[in-house]
Design a protein around this ligand. Sequence first.
Ligand SMILES: [Zn+2]
Length: 72
Amino acid sequence: MAQSTAAPMPTIQTVTPLPLRTLAPWAVFFGVLMLVLLYFVGAEQGATAVLSGEGVHEWVHDSRHLLGFPCH
Ligand SMILES: [Zn+2]
């Protein structure tokens, strides 16, 4: 009656980090995307408006107040 009660050891897989050369274009892309979003939330009204009308301003109006940008 020689049975082993030890459970088999799980194998550990290592994850290789993403190289900076692969990550950098995505970081720049999302950085620019966030800047555009920040512009539309924070400055898209009045003299700095890119799009005519109040549609964008009204659409992001609650976000503007939540983030503390001056509005009205
Ligand atoms: Zn407002």
